[in-house]
Design a protein around this ligand. Structure first.
Ligand code: IVH
Length: 673
């Protein structure tokens, strides 16, 4: 192997210094001065020289972030200074009591200055630097003995392999937290899912799992970051008098600290900081589970000392947990309007994210299988912010011996009809249609809803009651209800009964679009209902149309068309429609929309032949948009459409000064509708 020449050695030293500087600017100051491509070029130059002269490779070379070879097991590490934990506070009162204990111990009534920091939800880490070089990274372990994970820690870009700046102590142990940013965590889980590998429950588990890889090359691929919040021994730092001073000094040496650290004059501002961070929490790019308050003055810290395994001078003020464990007591299947069966887990009630949760949806059977939930399992429930509670994962280690596997019922739990799950589809469906009380209830709720028939006062609970007592079987029955029948129901006052009867009466005057929407045809939302109404303008025409022709309606594809045609083919659906009309449901003639007013009532005359449609088709198209078609030109004629080889009507039009359209102009006008 050739000995490295001096110029190679010099070049390596220069490149490393340059790269380290850019790392510092990028990762610590968040203020890069070169592009990623330029950075890569520098790194590749260094790699090339190191490949040629491997004896120049050092553990702290920026090329070594890719990870060493795997090891068999982690070595044990004895911490010089134990890595302690923190006492927790869960209320303002406990924080105030914490401050009072401090004042009592110090025999003072003067306000205590605190440093406030986010409590990062990751993995505690100890970084040991000797002469400014990272020589060891270790986990907390039991606080006294941890694991040597140096090779893994070296792969984390935000951990400096070499410190920078002045007066670096001979030996410095830095304490911090390694974590995975939320967005990166989600990306990682997406990748794992795609590869059919096990996903991580939360960013903290992902960080812990990534750090405990025996193969550092895997760790190197995981998006880990660090925030430093203290030191082990203060031996070499006695000139620094405050906690915030120490943290600032760490930053000067190139270590990454939290951007949120704030020094406040008393406990009152600690609480203000707590609430402002609580609001910020959902928007922070990383998870935090509380705030740490630390007495800022180090001399006071030393006077306060420790109790058991935690300092008296610090406390963690926890946020309400967003994740809790509980037990799945049962799984029920809910039947929706279109018959879809949704598995819902009934849980032992648990307080999480600020509310008591006793149900969580599992969406469909695929999800039940993917998450492998059994009745009797202990599960992790998560409720962050306002989102619906979800089952994050099963705690397999807590699975009792005889759990029940969840199976899709063969028959609908409400009506007993067959349940079908088409191959390759996630949804399972009750085939009972309107025989199924659950589907009937949902269909009636939909019919009465604001965007449909808008029956004020007919809420979900009332619909359920009406179906259960047998007063309402289908939507048409609503128009048969009497005030006396309603007044007999539970929790129904005379006044609300008469209001409801009035509201039902008012709903009879509606629009065709609302009426179509309220029928609850699968895949027909408000927009599609409007398109259908505009296109047909007559319910009877719509009801007779076949699936193929339905596709001529704007934005209606083969699936929607098939659902619409199937709906009207069913006798009981047309029976209900007839009953509704019989009971007085009506709507004004459909106004064609503004743009189409161009045609309304206007008389068109066609002459010559068109190349894209027959004369009958052109007539139908015009009539559909409200125009009249006449056989002869007069002063009242609005337009003459002249095709190929026009006849005398064209001359007549020219004579009378009637607007003449050629085929292209005519088609354009039609399309503008
Ligand atoms: S100070 C003696 N500061 O919380 C003080 N800890 O329960 C020891 N943590 O294991 C810790 N953010 O992993 C401190 N800003 C912060 C922190 C923090 C997260 C973790 C740390 C420790 C645990 C204590």
């Amino acid at each position: 192997m050739p000995n490295a020449p001096d110029d190679a050695i010099e070049k390596v030293i220069k490149l490393r210094a340059e790269i380290n500087e850019h790392n510092y600017r990028y990762y610590i100051l968040d203020d890069p001065t070169i592009s990623d491509a330029e950075y890569d070029r520098l790194l590749r130059q260094l790699q090339a020289i190191e490949a040629q002269y491997p004896e120049l490779i050092t553990a702290d070379s920026p090329t070594q972030r890719v990870g060493n070879l795997p090891s068999k097991a982690f070595k044990e590490v004895k911490h010089d200074v134990p890595m302690l934990s923190l006492d927790n506070a869960f209320s303002e009162a406990e924080v105030v009591a914490f401050e009072q204990r401090i004042k009592d111990r110090l025999h003072t009534e003067a306000a205590i200055e605190f440093a406030c920091e986010p409590k990062m939800d990751g993995v505690a880490i100890s970084l040991l630097y000797e002469n400014g070089f990272l020589i060891r990274g270790a986990t907390r372990g039991d606080g006294y003995t941890g694991e040597d994970i140096t090779s893994n820690v070296r792969t984390i870009r935000t951990v400096p392999l070499q410190l920078r700046g002045k007066d670096i102590p001979k030996r410095l142990e830095v304490r911090g937290e390694i974590y995975m940013p939320k967005a990166k965590f989600n990306q990682l889980n997406e990748q794992l899912k795609e590869r059919n590998e096990k996903v991580f429950v939360n960013p903290r588990n992902a960080a812990a799992g990534s750090l405990r890889q025996l193969d550092p090359r895997i760790t190197a691929k995981r998006p880990l970051e660090i925030v430093c919040y203290g030191v082990g021994s203060r031996e070499n730092l006695t000139h620094i008098k405050t906690h915030s001073g120490i943290v600032q000094q760490l930053k000067q040496w190139g270590l990454r600290i939290s951007m949120e650290v704030q020094v406040v004059p008393s406990v009152v501002e600690c609480l203000q900081y707590y609430y402002s961070m609580m609001n910020k929490r959902p928007h922070l790019p990383y998870e935090i589970d509380g705030i740490v308050y630390k007495v800022n003055n180090i001399e006071l810290q030393e006077r306060l000392g420790f109790v058991a395994r935690a300092p008296r001078w610090a406390i963690a003020h926890k946020f309400p947990a967003q994740e809790e464990m509980t037990i799945v007591e049962a799984i029920e299947f809910q039947v929706g309007r279109t018959g879809i069966l949704t598995p819902v887990a009934r849980l032992k009630p648990v307080f999480v994210g600020g509310v008591t949760v006793s149900n969580a949806t599992l969406h469909n059977m695929d999800e039940v299988q993917r998450k492998d939930v059994h009745v009797g399992d202990t599960v992790v429930i998560r409720r962050a912010g306002d989102v619906i509670p979800e089952i994050v994962a099963v705690v397999l280690t807590k699975r009792p011996p005889h759990t029940k596997i969840i199976e899709l019922p063969k028959h609908c739990p409400v009506c007993g009809s067959e349940v079908l799950k088409p191959e390759g589809e996630a949804a399972a469906r009750c085939e009972g249609g309107l025989v199924c009380a659950a589907q009937r209830k949902e269909a009636i709720k939909h019919f009465a809803s604001r965007k449909a028939m808008d029956i004020n006062g007919l809420g979900d609970k009332l619909v359920e009651q009406l179906v259960e007592v047998g007063l309402v079987h289908d939507v048409a029955d609503l128009y048969r209800l009497t005030q006396a029948q309603l007044a007999n129901l539970d929790r129904m006052a005379e006044k609300s009964a008469s209001n409801l009867i009035a509201a039902i009466g008012q709903s009879k005057t509606t629009t065709l679009a609302r009426f179509i929407y309220s029928l609850g045809i699968r895949e027909v939302g408000e927009a599609t209902a409007l398109n259908l109404a505009q296109h047909f303008r007559d319910l009877r025409l719509l009801m007779q149309e076949n699936a193929e022709n339905l596709q001529k309606v704007q934005d209606v594809g083969p699936i929607v068309a098939a659902h619409v045609a199937a709906f009207f083919r069913q006798q009981h659906n047309s029976d209900i429609i007839n009953k509704l009309i019989h009971f007085g449901v009506h709507w004004p003639a459909v106004k064609i929309n503004q743009a189409k007013q161009v045609f309304a009532g206007k008389t068109f005359v066609l002459t010559g032949s068109l190349t894209t449609m027959t004369r009958d088709e052109a007539t139908a198209a015009l009539q559909k948009v409200g125009a009249k078609v006449s056989g002869s030109v007069s002063k009242k004629t609005a337009y003459v459409v002249a095709g190929v080889e026009p006849g005398s009507k064209l001359t007549q039009a020219e004579k009378l000064g009637v607007t003449i359209l050629d085929e292209k102009q005519f088609l354009k006008l039609l399309q503008e509708k």
